[in-house]
Design a protein around this ligand. Structure first.
Ligand code: ADP
Length: 268
């Protein structure tokens, strides 16, 4: 199957007054169309740096990000604008990314402003309403405001906004980490449903290896900006090849959840 996303020898170094921080150091990985790739690692391992580069919100020190084989950093502004419709991002804290002064209908439709051919007026409202229902909200929510919703519902609004341009790639950066366990599980189920119905590929970034067990096909384990181990999620979780992955798996749990496949995993 074709790779929708390929990260090739990607590095991002920061020069802090004579000291170089290697936030990302020569990382190569690929995501096949329709798959969910989990990027897992502790705080500071380079996950957000990777997400920003994949979204072209930052430029690498070296290396490439290929979307459908096209290097994002070699694109003209016009090409990048067109490519952007194909990828969207969902962040950890939906509240800070939802404008409190706008209605849900306006918020969800906002990415359509990049697309002059997008439906307008009643057609647009119908499209947004259908998407709200798709993510477990309702048409009646179109005229409500973000503060009227719970954390999990706000994340559903953020996901609906991310899906409005029918992206082929969704980058979820700690998208469930701020939610309590039951809501987390509902959002993970929603992502699986959207993958099944919309065929969207997902780069799922998390510090929580238990979440990887819930939804990811593939996993990439990161430490100090480097890729430690990568492979099919089941194989890596059941038979980790690297000591660091074993440490992550056996990290002292504060909570335990039963994974989708019935395996008991640690959740922090
Ligand atoms: P994670 O998302 O896994 O927590 P980050 O990608 O945010 O990790 O950060 C990786 C490393 O890069 C950390 O040591 C962080 O301090 C450093 N870093 C990230 N962004 C910057 C920046 N703009 N300037 C300096 N250092 C940075």
């Amino acid at each position: 199957m074709a790779e929708i996303l390929k990260v090739q020898n990607l590095s991002r170094h920061f020069d802090l007054g004579g000291t170089t921080v290697k936030a990302l150091d020569d990382v190569t990985l690929g995501l096949e169309e329709g798959k969910i790739l989990g990027v897992v690692g502790e705080s500071g391992s380079g996950k957000s740096t990777l997400a920003k580069l994949v979204m072209a919100l930052d430029r690498p020190t070296s290396g490439e990000v290929l979307l459908d084989g096209q290097n994002l950093f070699a694109m003209s502004p016009r090409q990048l604008c067109a490519a952007r419709r194909n990828f969207q991002m969902v962040f950890q804290d939906p509240y800070s990314s939802l404008d409190p002064r706008q209605t849900v209908g306006t918020i969800v439709a906002e990415p359509l402003h990049l697309d002059p051919g997008a439906p307008k007026g009643a057609d647009r409202r119908e499209m947004v309403g259908a998407l709200l229902e798709d993510v477990g909200l309702s048409v009646g929510d179109l005229t409500r405001y973000p503060h009227e919703f719970s954390g999990g519902q706000r994340q559903r609004i953020a996901i609906a906004r991310a899906l409005i341009t029918k992206p082929r790639l969704l980058v979820a950066d700690e998208a469930t980490s701020a939610l309590d366990l039951t809501v987390q599980k509902q959002i993970l189920e929603l992502i699986l449903k959207l993958r099944a119905e919309h065929g969207v590929s997902v780069l799922f970034i998390t510090h929580n290896i238990g979440v990887v067990d819930e939804i990811c096909d593939e996993v990439a384990v990161m430490q100090h900006g480097k890729l430690v181990e990568t492979g099919a999620a089941r194989a890596v979780l059941d038979h980790p090849q690297q000591e660091y992955t074993r440490q992550l798996l056996s990290a002292e749990p504060t909570l335990e959840v039963i994974g989708r496949k019935g395996r008991r995993v640690a959740s922090r």
